[in-house]
Design a protein. Structure first.
Length: 118
């Protein structure tokens, strides 16, 4: 299993730049979001989009529910995984994905996000 830090732990009040990750021939992607501190209700949403290699256009694979409390959340994309709304999707991975954490407001949240592939 390979591991890549998408966002190191830091306090943020705005949407950081999306990160494009080449997952190669990986069959599974797990994103671990570790929120360790919040001010008010930051309403963070994680989005994983595939990138079509021919057109260069993005297509949504999974979007989390809004995250606003101290917690660890895991999103999973893999064929055959048990589907759970906003948490796990049974789908093949394209070679390249874009990962974004969108902030719904300017409330501060301290978090890290790590991608695990295999």
């Amino acid at each position: 299993m390979a591991e890549k830090v998408i966002y190191a732990s830091a306090a943020r009040t705005a949407t950081p730049t999306a990160v494009v990750v080449n997952v190669g021939r990986a069959k599974e992607l797990r994103l671990v979001m570790d929120i360790t501190a919040v001010t008010a209700t930051p309403a963070l949403t994680i989005t994983v989009d595939g990138i079509d290699s021919t057109s260069g256009k993005f297509f949504n694979i999974i979007t989390s529910a809004a995250l606003a409390t101290v917690a660890t959340t895991v999103l999973t994309v893999a064929l055959g995984v048990t589907v759970a709304a906003n948490v796990a999707v049974s789908a093949p991975l394209p070679q390249t994905v874009r990962i974004t954490v969108t902030h719904g407001d300017a409330d501060s949240a301290t978090y890290s996000l790590t991608a695990h592939t295999r």
